[in-house]
Design a protein around this ligand. Structure first.
Ligand code: ASP
Ligand code: MG
Length: 406
């Protein structure tokens, strides 16, 4: 017998038929003797619609009422799935965040989970019942509903799995697992049987959309075994585990891309101490996250060009911040460029293998692709290139690192 938390995402519960299909899967697990708790997302599209309602109803933004509205989608699916389970003879009850309770801080819209009450859940496990828990939501210190940020039901599932000491947390989605690259672009992409927490964390934050980044962080911290799998197939998914569990580690496990970034170049910035602080200070104050940075050496020791990336959604705001600080920074010109893509090769094997970055540079050079910015971490090399080369670069790198499915 295993204790499992199973989380079903929006596409898996998108309509009544799919909810009934999920119920059958849960029933099969219960019948094989496992203890099961389920976490659900809202039906796909629902949360977006609720967010739009909050935008359209008034000009004010009340974060607490926003949460009261957008948390409603998960309440619907939890109730419907509990009914679908009962209908096929599985004893099940829905649970909202406050009923568990899933206690959070009071930061509406992106609350952090604190304590999770497990007494009720343990009782339900012991009775052989299934709890169907509304993901994405919790209860704040003032007893009001909070939400965990978009995509937050992954985090709900991981946090509950950690709290009840589950043997595994299965995340059901519309893809069969974690792939070496986006299979819609790289047709030779392969599903990974296993991937380490660290790699998954880099993949999630570098653009792979299969798991919410915060949920991977939480799984790594609490050592929750995760499995990413499809609710539409019976294939085993991808296990996200500790490095020790992976016997034969590839040097590069996956290639991610993100077109959520934009590039800004400051032309002819003075080459003197304090310049970087004068640029990145105001951006940080404006809550803009700078990712990659490159500063060129100045030919004359006087002025240099400085290039960096910001989230594309923050590009206009960033330019304004830079222009407002023109006097204190001192530059000739600022050039925005939204037409870039960040491509990252990721793998814990890089720690012990040289030449990974070089292979990336050579592969892109052979395709005539110019690299604009480079950044590296212990297990990742990222480059910024023109967006039009996204497909060519992904496919070429996938082949170059031996990841192609033969
Ligand atoms: N329904 C929420 C969202 O769309 C949470 C989730 O799906 O994980 O962001
Ligand atoms: Mg999701």
């Amino acid at each position: 017998m295993a204790r499992l938390v199973k989380k079903f995402g929006g596409t898996s519960v998108a309509d009544i038929d799919r909810i009934r299909n999920v119920a059958l899967r849960v029933k099969a697990a219960v019948e094989s003797g496992d203890q099961v708790a389920v976490v659900v997302s809202a039906m796909s599209g629902t949360t977006n619609q609720l967010v739009n309602f909050t935008h359209n109803v008034a000009n004010v933004h009340d974060a607490g009422e926003y949460d009261a509205v957008v948390a409603a989608g998960e309440q619907i699916t939890a109730g419907l799935l509990a009914m679908a389970l009962q209908d096929i003879g599985v004893r099940a009850r829905s649970w909202l965040g406050w009923q568990i309770p899933i206690e959070t801080d009071g930061v509406h819209g992106s609350a952090r989970i604190g304590r999770i009450g497990t007494e009720g859940l343990e009782k339900i496990f012991a009775e052989g019942q299934v709890s169907v828990i509304a993901g994405f939501q919790g209860v704040g210190p003032d007893n009001r509903i909070t939400t965990l940020g978009r995509g937050g039901s992954d985090l709900s599932a991981v946090a509950i799995a950690a709290a009840v000491n589950a043997d595994r947390c299965d995340i059901y989605t519309d893809v069969e697992g974690v792939f070496t690259a986006d299979p819609r672009i790289v047709t030779k992409a392969r599903k990974l049987d296993k991937v380490t927490y660290e790699e998954m964390l880099e993949m999630a934050s570098q653009g792979a959309r299969v798991l919410q980044t915060r949920s991977v962080e939480a799984a790594m911290k609490h050592k929750v075994r995760l499995q990413v799998m499809s609710s539409f197939s019976d294939e085993p998914g991808t296990l996200v585990v500790d490095e020790e569990e992976i016997v034969e580690q590839e040097v590069v496990s996956g290639i991610a891309y993100s077109n959520d970034e934009a590039k800004i170049t400051l032309v002819q910035v003075a080459d003197r101490p304090g310049v970087a602080a004068s640029i990145f200070g105001p951006l940080a104050e404006a809550n803009i996250n700078v990712d990659m940075i490159v500063q060129n050496v100045s030919a004359d020791g006087q002025a240099t060009d400085l290039t960096f990336t910001v989230p594309r959604a923050d590009l206009d705001r960033s330019i304004k911040v830079i222009e407002d600080s023109k006097e204190s920074i001192g530059y000739r010109q600022v050039t925005p460029d939204p037409d870039v893509v960040k491509i990252s090769v990721i793998g814990v094997g890089m720690r012990s293998h040289a030449g990974v970055a070089q292979r990336m540079f050579k592969t892109l050079a052979d395709k005539g692709i110019n690299i604009q910015v480079i950044s590296t971490s212990e297990i990742k090399v990222s480059v910024l290139i023109p967006a039009e080369y996204t497909e060519i670069a992904l496919r070429a790198l996938h082949t170059a690192y031996g990841l192609d499915d033969e």
